[in-house]
Design a protein around this ligand. Structure first.
Ligand SMILES: NC(=O)c1ccc[n+]([C@@H]2O[C@H](COP(=O)([O-])OP(=O)(O)OC[C@H]3O[C@@H](n4cnc5c(N)ncnc54)[C@H](OP(=O)(O)O)[C@@H]3O)[C@@H](O)[C@H]2O)c1
Length: 420
């Protein structure tokens, strides 16, 4: 039996999940892996008398974990960037291994961190062992695309908006009351959290640096029940997706609301669940789905990393060779099909004006929904699905459309999921 002595930083949702899981499934973990995990110290800002530390010492200063010579591995579960990064660097520099669930610190500072003894399975898609899959199970594969639902808050909100036909603000309040969204929901609903995770997946699958700044990010604030209904009429669901695609000239890395055809499995992943689809040369299309958050679910991934470190401490957390030849493509260069909702005056000739502008940019229309207004002059939506076109062309067409006197408001544009 190998033993590993660990210290845990933080005593919140995930840390409590780790303490419980290690206690409840101790003998199972030992029998299955041959690893015995001992929590010798927990350090967090404030004590939580109701939480059973199972005999571990307690400190209010997380830096105490660095000076505790018994500790071989520190589990960083305080979140944020400043102190968490300091703790991780301090641990790695003093020869302690690190396991973290902190996607922000990896996505934003991963390039500066020594990665030999750093594991972060829980940072992407919670319980889903997607990093293990990329690094172990699919190690023999070249990846062509990785895409999926990697933010449970957005998926819960879009699912509830579809089921109940209510708007963003009402659903956000509910998500906050249920604990699915933070008091400050910016990171989740504006797509930043998903972009952190996509940055990590990109580094792992395509051998890039951690390049968060080059990921195109759009959140879900602009999505309305009207768009969800039109998308359904066209045979699609709106999902907030992270998308990575490898091309000869570079990599697409984008996070945005996306129309997903009803026939795709990802379209049916609802609520707080996550799902990641990987397309690779030998294995083909594989789909991983499960809880992307929650104390116990995230603890499952954290404990897997602790055990993996005990068993394979020599394995680097990210490919040692970084491929700097692969550029991350600006979003203007990507090609996509688009959903467009164009609010127009209900007047004769408007549809012809719209199609004329699109065709002048070589944008072909795949499907149309046009509702009759009740009174002449009333605003009506022209809803279009286009064929694939380059985003730069679409941007020019949208600027011209919005300049038309007959177009009454901003055009809503949602990209359609690529066919992989
Ligand atoms: N929750 C999830 O489902 C989930 C899923 C995947 C990944 N993650 C990641 O896991 C990490 C932890 O998340 P969480 O949900 O467990 O957070 P949380 O419930 O807010 O817990 C954070 C813990 O760290 C402590 N802490 C914060 N700042 C500290 C400081 N400066 N010094 C000492 N202690 C400090 C907090 O102390 P107080 O109790 O005094 O506030 C709290 O005990 C984050 O990086 C998060 O992104 C979470």
């Amino acid at each position: 039996m190998k033993t590993i002595s660990i210290g845990i930083a933080g005593l919140g949702t995930v840390a409590q999940g780790v303490l419980s899981l290690l206690a409840e499934n101790r003998s199972l973990i030992e029998q299955r892996s041959g690893v015995s995990v001992h929590v010798v110290r927990v350090a967090s800002r404030s004590a939580k008398p109701g939480v059973d530390l199972h005999g571990a010492d307690f400190s209010t200063d997380v830096m105490d974990l660095l000076s505790d010579s018994r500790i071989e591995l520190i589990v960083e579960l305080i979140g944020g960037e400043g102190l968490a990064k300091e703790l991780i660097v301090g641990a790695l520099n003093s020869g302690k291994a690190v396991v973290t669930a902190n996607k922000a610190v990896i996505a934003l500072h991963g390039n500066e961190l020594p990665r030999q003894a750093l594991r972060f399975e829980a940072a992407v898609a919670g319980a889903i062992p997607i990093i293990q899959a990329l690094q172990y199970g699919l190690v023999a594969n070249q990846f062509s695309s990785i895409s999926g639902i990697i933010n449970g808050t957005c998926n819960y909100m879009l699912s509830a908006m579809e089921e109940e036909g209510v708007g963003f603000d009402e659903i956000l309040e509910r998500a906050q009351a249920l604990g699915y969204a933070e008091a400050d929901p910016t990171f989740d609903v504006d797509g930043i959290d998903a972009a952190h995770k996509l940055t990590i997946l990109m580094a792992l699958a395509f051998g890039t640096q951690f390049e968060f700044d080059k990921v195109y990010v759009e959140g879900i604030r602009a999505i309305t029940p009207t768009d969800i209904n039109y998308a359904a009429e066209l045979g699609y669901r709106i999902k907030h997706l992270g998308i990575l695609r490898g091309h000869a000239d570079g990599i697409e890395a984008r996070v945005h609301p996306t129309l997903v055809p009803h026939g795709e499995l990802v379209a049916h992943v609802s609520g707080v669940l996550n799902a990641v689809q990987v397309v690779s040369d030998a294995a083909g299309k594989t789909l991983f789905s499960g809880p992307g958050a929650g104390g116990a679910a995230t603890a499952s991934a954290v404990v897997a990393d602790i055990v993996d470190t005990a068993l394979n401490s020599q394995r680097p957390s990210v490919d040692a060779v970084v491929d700097t030849s692969k550029a991350i493509l600006p979003v203007a260069q990507i090609s996509s099909a688009y959903y467009l909702r164009i609010p127009t005056r209900d007047e004769p000739g408007v549809f012809a004006e719209v199609t004329q502008i699109l065709s002048s940019h070589n944008i072909n229309i795949e499907a149309v929904i046009q509702k009759d207004g009740h009174d002449q002059g009333e605003s009506v939506d022209i809803v279009l699905l286009t064929q694939d076109t380059q985003e730069a062309h679409m941007n020019k067409a949208l600027a011209q459309l919005e300049a038309l006197a007959s177009v009454t408001d901003t055009v809503m544009r949602i990209r359609v999921a690529p066919q992989d």
